[in-house]
Ligand binder design. Structure first.
Ligand SMILES: C[S@@+](CC[C@H](N)C(=O)[O-])C[C@H]1O[C@@H](n2cnc3c(N)ncnc32)[C@H](O)[C@@H]1O
Length: 399
């Protein structure tokens, strides 16, 4: 029976997809036992070897993944559904813009060599993390590993901004002191912007793991039982896929006027819960301006971070966004909570308004799936579905 080249390669490589310490990468010459004389010199892909050697590092650190974070409304579980729609409906998808990117998991799911992923976020803390995972700026992985090891070894007993404001509530006193000391240290290190973003992202994800909350920072839990010591991990940045990407920290409606892409993916906040209220603590520590923090929840002033999509203005700003989108296809994530939850969780844009805005630009289809949303545990909503509104753009911006 004829055997395909693919089967031969698969059989030979079996469990050897990742290089082991000291092991050479197999070439097609090895696989087919071709004479060695004709072999060109083997060039090892440096990033793979580095990632491999990090896995083998003495402290056996596991690498951090982009989705290893709790974030309200994140679409990690929905990303394969979004991919299916794009594969089925879009002829061209060589540039995709994730304009309300949050954690960046959707854009990351499409990230590959030769494709441009444009990611944008209003919150600076998310922008930093998007820059770490997806920007094309080069960085030194060995340096990152050394710095993360050093930051984990910091032993801080002194009070600082984090321990004074968030110790004993959101974090244990020990973790809060260490977070403050690590954050201060990151400011002093000799690193480029990408490296700084990678270190801050490592801290952000580590804080999320030990925070005494149910996933957001609107409040801390009464009993401080999250006592695990904080530990920073090395982010598994897939830099070889990032060469064309762009990252922005702008209001979506301003950015949309300046960019062009094949696919625009829109995942705005649905309701009146502002993300700056829920993630004030992470935003505060990542920006590190040490503002005064007020009230029981210790929030700083956030007036310049409020989103128009959480206000009554939402239908109008959504219409403006769609009107100015310079792209071939638009996908919008919006759930069906309108009128089903409590007042704060009711959707700001009604289906009719959304369809009306999209229909002005082209043909609209709605894709639906059952999907468990992130809830705070207060409101249990039955028959919750997540929908994707899809629009094939037929009318240009001026048309
Ligand atoms: C539903 S979340 C997106 C979640 C994201 N798709 C993910 O999987 O992580 C909406 C995001 O939009 C951001 N946002 C709100 N208003 C914005 C605006 N006017 N421009 C840009 N981003 C905005 C919020 O900070 C929040 O992270």
């Amino acid at each position: 029976m004829p055997v395909s080249v693919y089967q031969i390669i698969k059989e030979r490589l079996k469990n050897d997809c990742l290089l082991k310490e000291g092991q050479e990468q197999l070439t097609l010459f090895d696989i087919f036992n071709l004479p060695t004389l004709e072999r060109p010199p083997v060039i090892y892909p440096i990033t793979i070897l580095k990632r491999q050697s990090l896995r083998k590092a003495g402290d056996r650190q596991e690498l951090l993944q982009i989705q290893s974070r709790r974030y309200m409304g994140n679409k990690f579980k929905l990303s394969s559904f979004i991919r299916e729609i794009i594969d089925r409906e879009c002829e061209e998808s060589s540039s995709i813009c994730d304009i309300f990117a949050g954690t960046g998991v959707v854009g990351n799911g499409f990230n590959k060599n030769g494709r441009k992923i444009i990611s944008n976020e209003l919150l600076y803390s998310n922008y930093v993390s998007l820059y770490a995972w997806l920007s094309p700026e080069q960085f030194d992985m060995g340096k990152i590993a050394d710095y993360i090891r050093m930051l984990n070894e910091i032993n801080s007993v002194k009070e600082n901004y984090v321990s004074q404001n968030f110790g004993g509530t959101y974090f244990t006193i020990e973790n809060a002191k260490k977070i403050g000391a690590i954050r201060e240290k990151i400011e002093e290190l000799e690193v480029n912007f990408k490296e700084k973003c990678i270190l801050l992202t490592s801290l952000l994800y580590a804080m999320d793991k030990v925070a005494n909350t149910c996933g957001h920072y609107d409040a801390f839990r009464r009993t401080l039982d999250t006592v695990t010591p904080i530990k920073l991990l090395i982010p598994d940045v897939q830099q070889d896929k990032n060469s064309q990407n762009e990252i922005y920290n702008e209001d979506a409606n301003q950015l949309v006027r300046k960019i062009k892409m094949d696919v625009l993916y829109i995942d705005p906040p649905y309701n009146s819960r502002h993300y700056c209220d829920s993630y004030h603590l992470l935003e505060n520590i990542i920006t590190w301006k040490k503002p005064e923090a007020f009230g029981v929840a210790k929030k700083m002033v956030r007036s310049d971070l409020k989103s128009q999509y959480c206000l009554k203005t939402a239908p109008r700003v959504f219409d403006d966004l769609i009107r100015n989108a310079n792209c071939r296809y638009i996908l919008v994530s919006y759930n069906n909570m309108a009128g089903k939850g409590n007042n704060r969780s009711n959707a700001r844009i009604k289906d009719e308004a959304m369809i009306s805005s999209l229909s002005k630009r082209g043909r609209v289809k709605i894709f639906e799936t059952g999907f468990k949303s992130f809830t705070t545990g207060k409101s249990k909503i039955e028959n919750h579905t997540e929908r994707i509104f899809f629009c094939e753009v037929l009318r240009s911006i001026k048309g």
